[in-house]
Design a protein around this ligand. Structure first.
Ligand SMILES: [Zn+2]
Length: 155
């Protein structure tokens, strides 16, 4: 098996490839770095269907929801423990944020663990799934905010 620089040089003798950093045309290159930007180069194996974008979009959606719901749950819990209201409404409200945060944390962990399963799907499906998760998490929060406003206005 040829060393890395020989395999890279042999590949670049016959293929039009651009530097992944600066897009400089590398055909004929014999070294292990881009002559234009200096980025180190290696010949590698890729899976063309893999795009992390959809998976990251889903992870960001779950993380944003978890961050928001978790902070609201903790802040309201501190307020409830300090003031100890005598009626159930505020506790139920706090519990709903706690439950939402727990569900989003579970979905975040599940999606992180199933990254390989996610990346095996066709590229378009990965993006569609990521967009569906992002929109669903956002829509669920908007619907809940609307329900809370309606509930608050009914007092
Ligand atoms: Zn370059």
């Amino acid at each position: 098996m040829p060393p890395d620089h020989e395999a890279l040089a042999a590949w670049l003798q016959h293929h039009e490839e651009c530097c992944p950093v600066c897009a400089y045309q590398l055909r004929g290159l014999t070294g292990l770095s881009c002559p234009e930007c200096g980025a180190s180069l290696t010949l590698g194996v890729i899976a063309p269907e893999v795009t992390h974008g959809g998976w990251i979009l889903a992870m960001v959606a779950y993380a944003l929801g978890l961050g928001f719901d978790g902070v609201v749950a903790l802040i309201t819990l501190v307020g409830l423990v300090a003031s100890r209201p005598g009626f159930a409404g505020p506790w139920v409200l706090n519990g709903s944020f706690m439950m939402a945060a727990a569900i989003l944390a579970a979905l975040l962990v599940r999606t992180a663990r199933r990254r390989a399963h996610w990346l095996r799907r066709p590229r378009r499906q990965q993006w569609t799934r990521g967009a569906v998760v992002f929109i669903a998490v956002g829509a669920a929060h908007l619907l809940y905010a609307g329900a809370l406003l309606a509930w608050g206005n009914s007092w």
